[in-house]
Design a protein around this ligand. Sequence first.
Ligand code: G3H
Ligand code: ZN
Length: 278
Amino acid sequence: MALTPTGQIVDAAAAAGRGVGAFNVIQLEHAEALVAGAERAGAPVVLQISENAVRYHGGLAPIGLATLAVARESSAQVAVHLDHAESPELVGEAVRLGFTSVMFDASKLDYAENVRATREVVLRCHDAGVHVEAELGEVGGKDGVHAPGARTDPDQAQEFVAATGVDALAVAVGSSHAMLTRDAALDFELIGRLRARVSVPLVLHGSSGVPDEDLTKAVDAGMTKINIATHLNKAFTAAVRAYLSENPSVVDTRKYLAPGRDAVATEVARLLGVLRAC
Ligand code: G3H
Ligand code: ZN
């Protein structure tokens, strides 16, 4: 239990046709909530910190070390992952701190450059025993950089995995980052074709916009690691907002952050069931 290699969690789930919940940490309360939800569900979980969250905190170490400490204390299997890193230096720091995996996101680059840059990161991470996820096909909605409606080509995905040696691949199949409504339409036929061609576990980004039944269908069709962030922030913020409107004179931050943390833990336990993670 406790801090567990990402590859161990993701590969076991892929082999068994289960999903893995991968949820984003911004504040310490997120890490505590995600682990509480996983323990309640009896499922493994991936805690991930994005390069954007690192920018918000002004550095990786404080939030990264706190998240690793939460993972080490847990009775669940917990991996700690660097999400959407565009900087190879940040990847190096995550490896030094003890993260169990990184996502190197060179999807903005053209194909040949994406392969070259990703291959370099894979070689360095594998030397340290760290699992690497990469992205091909520009999952929509991230700061306007990725084209909405992008799709990953299965032949190119197969070739990319062979050329880079990545351990997991994020693919564009109809989801889009940071959606506030849950009405994204996934291309299940494409997921099936990708599953048939790509030898490593597939990752779905921007999963907040996907309704429950389609999350389950996506896992059944062959997606393994399911990244969800915005949906949990909605739950966190709604609980904080409700508490503050009922208690307008409160000033102790613990009083209103605790209901946010509880709401996220409850939703994580529920989502892990939806993803067939346990
Ligand atoms: O990498 C993280 C995600 O893809 C989460 O996206 O905020 O749309 O759920 P989301
Ligand atoms: Zn993402």
